[in-house]
Ligand binder design. Structure first.
Ligand code: ZN
Ligand code: CU
Length: 489
């Protein structure tokens, strides 16, 4: 690294912090000087004057957390304060996951399931990727935004119905739109092959569409075709897209879903490790044994608790379990589910042991998969990052603090190609979080999901202090175009 000219004055000096640099290394005490939007100097006892001095005494300073998997596409523009994320120390969100993105999208009516997770038809205002980037710039959200392009969004743009494979002409049209988005700074392509709106797309459709990714140095993220019985086949399908380019692959929210699959995390992680010997593969995970999405009839199982979070025809039942609703209506859970649609649900369909094993794996990044448009959201929206650090790291000792921080900083920055982010280094952008290592903890629960976490003392985004236990009026997030992805195995 080229040494920077030593400075004598800076904007902010954070003194005597326990600095975790995001690389996975142990912490060291240091002062960190911020100038403009960058980290200008790091050292013990820096002889630098500062407009603002923050005495960190004993608190931990880390790179701002990167939420590797979100559906914040439209909320960063509609509600740019981004309280659910900035309050956790998150400074960058990756949007456009699970095949659904706000851009490029042209609707012909209501958004198809699960694009409706991002909002109703009025929320889709970005026919080109450039329109979306411009809107993020104008909204200046509290956090940085980097975006994938959704396969289902592209299908919606070019196909008259989604329950079939795309023709070669349609694939060409989708590919042109993907290329345009990649040229405009998109991170890569995401799929949501488990959803009925993409399930009819054969592997060949995805392979053909993914061809421009390699040339662009972009990546492939996938909510796989199956997270249940056929998960190993689905993983192989994802790896095959990666081998073709070759392009790095991110398996989204890796899990063993459904009671019949509990206990299979060992074989799933073995398959992941086997692939990692020859190609770049990683995954993300949220720290809860329950998932959430739109209500899917295929996931209704009397052995699994399903909570309805919203329902268009029956808003009055939000918050109740499907079993309660079915009981009071005197019908089966499946029949109740049919009557509730379109609807949103939380599925308590995983085992805690599997989730912990996946969360602990060295290839796993932290991604909340939070749903900001849900009126009764899964608590992961507000709690994911402090829950990993407080509950699973400090209390349960699943992994060291330096490793936990790496999963939410340096690792995602490298995988997604976020240049000069994710590490505390001179010359890097000053996205930083200061937290109490003994106090950091999630407070959001399934019954009280909208609650800010505890223990986050300060959050800086591009050099500007934006959170001090409460949100400050100033916001400083940007759209982050794709940089070079690191070929991490
Ligand atoms: Zn998903
Ligand atoms: Cu998702």
């Amino acid at each position: 690294m080229t040494p920077l000219t030593p400075i004598t004055r800076c904007d902010t000096l954070i003194r005597k912090a326990k600095v975790f640099d995001g690389s996975g290394l142990e912490a060291a005490q240091a002062d960190v000087a911020l100038l403009g939007d960058r980290i200008a100097a790091i050292g013990d006892g820096l002889p630098i004057e500062a407009a603002q001095v923050v005495e960190a005494d004993g608190l931990c300073l880390a790179p701002g957390f990167i939420d590797a998997h979100t559906h914040d596409d439209t909320v960063v523009i509609r509600d740019p304060a981004m309280l659910p994320k900035i309050s956790q120390g998150v400074t960058t969100v990756i949007v456009g996951n699970c095949g659904i993105s706000a851009a490029p999208v042209t609707l012909r009516g209501d958004p198809p399931d699960p694009m409706n997770l991002l909002g109703d038809a009025a929320a889709f205002r970005y026919p080109t990727f450039g329109d979306y980037v411009a809107a993020v710039g104008k909204a200046r959200p509290a956090v940085n935004v980097a975006a994938l392009v959704g396969h289902t969004a592209l299908r919606n743009n070019h196909m008259n119905r989604l329950d079939r494979a795309a023709t070669s002409d349609e694939i060409s049209a989708m590919r042109r739109q993907l290329q345009e988005a990649l040229a405009g700074g998109a991170l890569g392509l995401s799929t949501g092959l488990a959803y009925l709106s993409a399930h009819s797309a054969p592997a060949e459709e995805v392979l053909a569409l993914a061809q421009p990714l390699a040339d662009a140095g972009a990546l492939y993220a996938t909510h796989m075709r199956s997270e249940t019985e056929a998960i190993l086949d689905a993983m192989e399908e994802a790896f095959s897209v990666g081998r073709m380019g070759p392009v790095p692959v991110v398996i989204s929210h890796l899990k063993c879903a459904g009671v019949d699959n509990w206990g299979r995390s060992g074989e799933v992680l073995e398959a992941l490790e086997a692939a990692r010997r020859s190609q770049s593969v990683g995954c993300d995970c949220y720290p809860y044994p329950a998932g959430s999405s739109t209500l899917d009839l295929r996931q209704v199982d009397e052995r699994v608790k399903v909570t309805i979070t919203w329902s268009m025809p029956h808003p009055e039942v939000a918050g109740q379990s499907l079993a309660q609703i079915a009981g009071s209506w005197g019908v089966s859970q499946l029949d109740a589910a049919k009557q509730l649609q379109p609807a949103g649900a939380i599925y308590h369909s995983m085992s805690e042991d599997d989730m912990r094993r996946i969360l602990s794996h060295p290839a796993t990044m932290i991604g909340s998969d939070g749903l900001p448009n849900d009126p009764r959201p899964h608590p992961r929206l507000w709690g994911t990052f402090p829950r990993v650090l407080g509950r699973y790291c400090r209390e349960e000792k699943l992994f060291p603090l330096a490793a936990a921080i790496h999963k939410m900083t340096g690792m995602p920055a490298g995988r997604f190609g976020l240049e000069k982010r994710g590490l505390v280094r001179e010359g890097y952008f000053a996205d930083l979080v200061l937290f109490h290592p003994d106090q950091i903890l999630d407070t959001a629960t399934f019954s009280q999901p909208i609650q800010a976490a505890e223990g986050i003392a300060g959050v800086w985004v591009n050099g500007l202090l934006c959170w001090t236990g409460e949100a400050l009026a100033q916001r400083n997030g940007r759209y982050l175009p794709r940089g070079r992805t690191k070929w991490v195995q």
